[in-house]
Design a protein around this ligand. Structure first.
Ligand code: EPZ
Length: 431
């Protein structure tokens, strides 16, 4: 089984290119099949999750061609089924986007219930409530298959009880080919919501208000070809910004949209880092030991929940007490026990982690519990004394393109190993 082996202690320095946003790509790759004309998508992050969606649309007959490394052409005209049997699809939560896309275009979809990171209970009741409001019948069949179908979809006024990224994107897709107007109230406002809306509009949809909490969608009969670049990944960029802070380094994340990183930059400044914003880059310079601070995660434009584990890792070696409160998911602290094994101090009470910063963490044998917790453990290992090995790295590879390669390009000592011999070779090489 593949693992990361890491030798901590090297400050990360240099410039790192940021890939396309995974959580925009997953919606856009699903939405691409809603037209019968070829769609070219640029800046597609090559990560496990996007591969699952690509294989899923191929499994029902869509044409998928890589025109360049991160440039995909998708042709939805050759789809022959609405029944996504591809068995991997249930492993990622974003598989539910295929319901919205196929229901919108064909008025029927059968897709396995989402899997994805285990960060608490993650129902899709609001997705189903929205599809039903548009006139669909939705059943959960044996084996966790969601079956949605409608004679026609009619615009509706839908109010989300909770802010939901997935439900907002899913309903934008289903509603953009419904008859009449749909209003989504209490919609999510993340940058990737806006990106999916911009993509659909570029294909001829009529979506207004994405990025605010009220989105208005006027249904159209047909969508058309488009070439569209995905926005840069806010969370990958944030992860490398925290990597600079926790290792005492100086890293510039490139090809980013600094506005999307404002809450992350502000928090790093609170912790004592210097942050310099360029037009499409952000530089984070560590100015010595980090200072403690408090974090409460909230839907955008609040502090992003997907950055919570990474910041907790940095606060574990900051001066003083910090409080991290998770306001979105009910189980996003599965990295805490792993951090304790590295010598982190603190205590977890419900959805609040009280952290007492220590001078140094110690390398350990670790296991990635989920995507962002796994990334946080890599950051902690890069800052720790000695060697660490991290298992279940496939969870990290779900959302980070060439994570270890990008870290090595910044001077970090990390490698993928599959056996003890590789580990010994690495240890001899880095000393
Ligand atoms: C998306 O998940 C992202 N995943 C998550 O990123 C991200 O953490 C999350 O949005 C919040 O920003 C993708 O985009 C593929 P939600 P999603 O619906 O859509 C509850 C990562 O690390 N809820 O906004 O599943 C839900 O349980 C991943 O890249 C319902 O109760 O998140 C959660 O508590 C992890 N019923 C809250 O709402 C529903 O029908 C927010 O979930 C839907 C959601």
């Amino acid at each position: 089984m593949e693992k990361y082996i890491v030798k901590g202690g090297n400050p990360l320095k240099g410039r790192v290119p940021i890939s396309g946003a995974k959580n925009a790509a997953l919606g856009i790759l699903a939405a691409a099949v809603m037209t019968d004309e070829p769609v070219t998508i640029e800046n597609v992050p090559l990560v496990r999750d996007t591969d699952v969606i690509i294989q899923a649309v191929k499994s029902v007959g869509a044409g998928v061609t890589f025109k360049e490394k991160n440039v995909l052409e998708i042709d939805g005209s050759t789809i022959t089924s609405i029944d996504i049997q591809y068995d991997q699809v249930k492993r990622i939560r974003a598989s539910y986007y295929l319901i919205g896309a196929l229901l919108g275009k064909y008025k029927e979809a059968k897709v396995a219930l989402p899997g994805g990171c285990d960060i608490g209970s993650r129902p899709i009741d609001m997705h189903i409530k929205g599809f039903t409001a548009l006139g669909a019948d939705v059943d959960i069949m044996p084996g966790g298959i969601v079956w949605a179908r409608a004679k026609k979809l009619t615009g509706a006024h839908i109010y989300f009880d909770m802010v939901s990224v997935g439900a907002t994107i899913n309903l934008m897709m289903a509603a953009c080919m419904a008859e009449g107007e749909t209003i989504l109230e209490n919609a999510a406002k993340e940058p990737h919501i806006v990106d999916v809306a911009n993509f659909l509009n570029a294909m001829g949809a009529k979506i207004k208000g994405a990025g605010t909490d009220v989105i208005r969608i006027k249904g159209v009969n047909k969508l058309h070809a488009v070439t569209y670049p995905i926005i840069p990944d806010q969370i990958e960029a944030g992860t490398f910004m925290v990597a600079a802070a926790i290792t005492g380094g100086d890293v510039t994340v490139c090809d980013v949209i600094p506005k999307h990183l404002e809450s992350i930059s502000a928090k790093l400044v609170e912790m004592g880092c210097e942050v310099e914003e360029g037009d499409d880059s952000v530089r984070v310079i560590s100015k010595g030991r980090l200072q403690s601070t408090n974090i409460k995660t909230l839907p955008y434009p609040g502090f992003p929940t997907d950055m919570q584990p990474q910041f907790a890792a940095a606060l574990a070696v900051a001066e003083g007490m910090s409080i991290v409160t998770e306001g979105v998911f009910d189980n996003r602290f599965r990295y805490v026990d792993e951090m304790f094994r590295m010598g982190a101090k603190g205590n977890l009470e419900g959805n609040t982690f009280y952290i007492k910063g220590v001078e140094k963490l110690m390398g350990a044998e670790l296991c990635a519990p989920d995507l962002r917790a796994g990334a946080a453990l890599v950051l902690a290992a890069l800052a720790a004394e000695g060697f660490s090995e991290i298992e279940d790295i496939h969870l990290i590879q779900r959302g980070y393109e060439d994570f270890d390669g990008k870290i090595r390009s910044l001077g970090g000592h990390i490698q993928i190993i599959t056996n003890e011999h590789d580990a010994q070779k690495f240890k001899l090489k880095v000393g």
